[in-house]
Design a binder for this molecule. Structure first.
Ligand code: DGT
Ligand code: CA
Ligand code: CA
Ligand code: ZN
Length: 586
């Protein structure tokens, strides 16, 4: 087991111990141990071999033993036993916003609740409000949190859906007789969360593809099996649909099953005004009796979706833009702008290292950036107020700046490393470091982490962020709403006002590409771009693997209609360096 995975296990042990009512010192020992291990710069394997792990502050004998076992065997009987001893319902409650181990324990003790269902009942029966430390308002919040959780559990993050989809696309492509394969639906449109996975195959004989799809190892249950359509539930709980069509219908079907539904409705009514009928089967004359069926006599042969758009007098509309907004009207007037593409990014700015809460060291991150072919890598560890994320104090961040300068001078890596900070925006909109420290940095990502109870006070939060944007040392705003998809709502904030403030002060706004954030939301980027606010796509990487999240960011930027020029980090190193310098000089 590698270091990052062991850190996760230690953190989970801490949480489980809290849920069993274990004494706080023991809980803290695991939490501190997880932090100490995650901050360890040297190679864990070497430390274990040399038996010097115990010298790391924060790692006592018991922890050293457990880390060693996990490292060597990938298992820990103590952890398995502990996990089995906690009621699953209590672990499930951790997923409810606002409920931590302490509150869950209190609820369990006072009311005996051991499942989400029972907790919801207790709230509805007004039993929670009277408990010490709860009250009417928190009872309401818990109920709301449970409802959210239920709604969320039916959808999945795009990134997770894509991990499940990739091997299916590859597998279908290898089936005999399969001429085309594509994903469709919300997955292809790049929606931030996905209901089910949709796949489309072109083949004369549907049987082999259907058979592979319903019997491949990832399948938990076949939920539907027709002649040309089958549905399955995958082992991770996701649902997936496959449709198989003859090649001549493939692009009509691909357009139809990519959707969205709203886009399809508008496309069909556009076709009707031209005397045509559009369906998954083809594009026929309106009064053709074969319309809307498998034998549709199409007026065109479609060799791509673009052929369909063209016949209806439209310029091509990329899948990401097909949400039934105004994309059809725009595609009628002229070509849509060329959207940013995967290969356009040359680096990114919001990344963490083991200096704060990342799992990889500065050098490991630089090596990973080299491997990705990046020209530059921005390091922005947390600032001191984010103590839960091991934020850096003034001395530590200045030492990191020196370390980064030395690393660049050593030419050990091809990538140029910029020294920045993810600096907390404090309650009043001031920054977490003084101007003298900020002046030593190449750039500053300003982010809200602690809501200080302002989560629902839109005016206060907006003012706080606007004030931070006005600070001359701030380069960009980090994760603008703090949302965690399928888990936690963002704080209330007036986005148009934030965009206006960024425009006025010439600041950038981050598109945080961490799959659970995707923040700022794609729905706001057109306004930002129209106001001339530059986007910067940042992975918010906490590990070397996390750097790859930029791909998700590009997809969301496309969905937001952004071009290469509207995204800062598509620019070459020399330009980026110059722009950061000129921003800092103001
Ligand atoms: P999801 O799965 O909830 O994330 O969203 P989608 O968009 O993938 O929806 P899904 O899987 O139900 O259907 C895939 C596409 O098929 C959808 O985007 C458009 C098309 N489609 C499905 N049902 C209908 C319908 O009743 N009317 C129309 N016009 N199109 C439909
Ligand atoms: Ca779907
Ligand atoms: Ca579907
Ligand atoms: Zn952050």
């Amino acid at each position: 087991m590698d270091k990052a995975e062991i850190v996760d296990v230690l953190e989970e042990i801490g949480t489980l111990l809290e849920l069993t009512g274990e004494n706080p010192f023991k809980v803290r020992a695991y939490q501190n141990g997880a932090r100490a291990l995650s901050a360890l710069e040297d190679d864990l394997g070497a430390r274990i071999a040399a038996e010097t792990l115990g010298e790391v502050p924060g790692l006592g004998e018991a922890l050293v033993e457990k880390i060693t076992t996990l490292y060597n065997t990938g298992k820990l009987p103590y952890y398995d036993k502990l996990k089995a001893s906690v009621e699953p319902g209590l672990i499930e409650m951790l997923g409810v916003q606002g409920l931590g181990p302490k509150k869950i324990m209190a609820l369990h003790k006072a009311l005996g609740v051991n499942s989400l269902e029972k907790l919801a009942e207790a709230c509805a029966a007004n039993q929670v409000a009277g408990l010490p430390g709860f009250g009417e308002k928190s009872q309401e919040k818990i109920l709301e949190g449970i409802k959210h959780r239920e709604a969320y559990s039916r959808r999945h993050l795009w990134w997770d859906a894509w991990q499940a989809a990739e091997p299916i696309i590859a597998g279908l492509g290898k089936v005999k007789g399969v001429e085309r394969v594509s994903h469709a639906g919300s997955l292809r449109r790049g929606l931030e969360t996905i209901g089910d996975l949709d796949f489309l195959v072109a083949a004369e004989n549907p049987e082999p593809a259907m058979k592979w799809f319903t019997t491949q190892p990832g399948v938990a249950e076949v939920t539907g099996h027709g002649e040309t359509k089958s549905s399955v539930r995958l082992k991770d709980g996701m649902q997936a649909d496959l449709r198989v069509v003859p090649l001549k219908q493939f692009y009509f079907a691909l357009h139809h099953f990519t959707g969205s539904k709203d886009h399809n409705v508008k496309m069909r009514s556009r076709a009707l005004t031209q005397g045509l009928s559009l369906s998954e089967w083809g594009l026929t004359k309106k009064d053709d009796p074969t319309a809307g069926g498998p034998g549709a006599k199409s007026v065109i042969a479609a060799h791509s979706e673009d052929d369909i758009f063209k016949r209806l007098g439209l310029h091509p509309i990329p899948p990401e833009l097909r949400e039934g907004l105004d994309e059809i009207e725009r595609a009628e007037k002229g070509p849509l702008p060329r959207l940013i593409e995967d290969g356009d990014l040359r680096g990114a700015f919001h990344n963490h290292t083991t200096a704060s809460d990342g799992h990889a060291t500065l050098e490991e991150m630089a090596a990973a950036a080299d491997e990705l072919g990046w020209e530059y890598l921005g390091i922005a560890d947390h600032s001191k107020s984010s103590f839960q994320a091991h934020g850096l104090n003034e001395e530590q961040v200045l030492a990191q700046v020196e370390k980064i300068r030395a690393l660049n001078a050593s030419k050990k890596f091809r990538v140029h490393v910029f020294a920045g900070s993810e600096c907390d925006i404090l309650k009043d909109g001031k920054l977490d470091y003084g101007d003298d420290v900020l002046a030593k940095l190449d750039y500053v990502v300003a982010s809200v982490h602690n809501r200080y109870g302002q989560g629902e006070d839109e005016a206060a939060m907006t003012k706080r962020i606007v004030r931070a944007l006005e600070h001359p040392r701030v380069t960009m705003l980090g994760h603008a709403t703090g949302r965690l998809l399928l888990q936690r709502e963002g704080y209330a904030v007036n986005i148009p006002k934030i965009i206006a403030a960024a425009a006025a002060s010439g600041k950038m706004i981050e598109l945080n590409a961490q799959p659970q954030r995707l923040d700022l939301d794609w729905r706001h980027w057109r306004l930002a771009a129209e106001r001339g606010v530059m986007c910067v796509i940042n992975p918010d990487a906490h590990s070397t693997a996390g750097l790859r999240y930029v791909r998700m960011g590009v997809l969301i930027a496309r969905k937001g209609g952004l071009t290469k020029e509207q995204v800062f980090n598509t620019r070459p190193l020399a330009t980026v360096t110059k722009m950061l310098k000129s921003m800092a000089a103001k």
